[in-house]
Write a protein that binds this ligand. Sequence first.
Ligand SMILES: O=C1C[C@@](O)(C(=O)O)C[C@@H](O)[C@@H]1O
Length: 295
Amino acid sequence: MTLREQLHLPESPTGKPVIAVPLMLGPTDKLTPFAQQLQAQKPDVVEWRADYIADDFSEAVMWQQVKAGAQAALAQKDVSAMTEAKMLAEIDQAQQEFKANWPIMNQQIIKELTGSVFETIGDFPIILTYRTQAQGGRGEMSPLEYTLFMVNALKSGYHFAAVDVEYTLAAEFRDKIMAAARAVGVPVIMSYHDLNETPDVPVYLADLAATGADIVKLAVTPHDEADVERLLLATQAAQIAQPLITISMGLLGQRSRIEGYKYGSEMTFAVLDGQPVSAPGQLTISELRAAWQAK
Ligand SMILES: O=C1C[C@@](O)(C(=O)O)C[C@@H](O)[C@@H]1O
């Protein structure tokens, strides 16, 4: 199956790869202007980079908010030292209750967050991605929190076009996310980022494919043009059943974002005009399309 088939996208008459636009909005950003620009620039899919926002709804952060609220209410009251001590003990008690209720609250929060992203993005298929810091993203959740976030988002009732799972996550956690994705019919992209070099590409592609994921994504860092060429040729030569997405990051690697499809990479990431990049070397959609036209 091609990547377009997996994502239920129409074939491109010109044989171009799927264009994915990363959505990297934080808690205080507004979704609406992004949605309007999407309508104007029409990528094929949107990648929700949940690592830019999800950490702000972690158990620790939410509890701090509840506690700060309770403490502020207490500070307003003119109470004796004894009453104050009693009320502080009550706040501690409330923390136990908060902890016990957290799994349900977490589910609800993730559902609402996912819902607001879906409502605003509307018609565009959405890929769910949580990129950890170690893999070049913002996410600071523990492996368990990351796994729960992904499982809850998949179970939220909103249907993702695909879900990105980091290969560096322990296999038991990866399998949990894959099982949740399978249960709701969402294809899994197994991804690995090498932020330092271009490793032995065939070995990495084979390892990613061996996880049983539906799609394989490898993003690497070149030191010279030969590294970019090596990635492209290894993509072309790969004997792997799953669709591939391969990227050579940074300025040197831009060629792979424009021409990778000719070597078998079925998706390319580009940003909306004027938006910050989600990985080094990304072009804007307009630059990408202009580069295609110029060929
Ligand atoms: O994995 C990828 C690819 C990427 O890192 C890139 O190099 O374009 C951009 C990320 O947003 C995405 O999750």
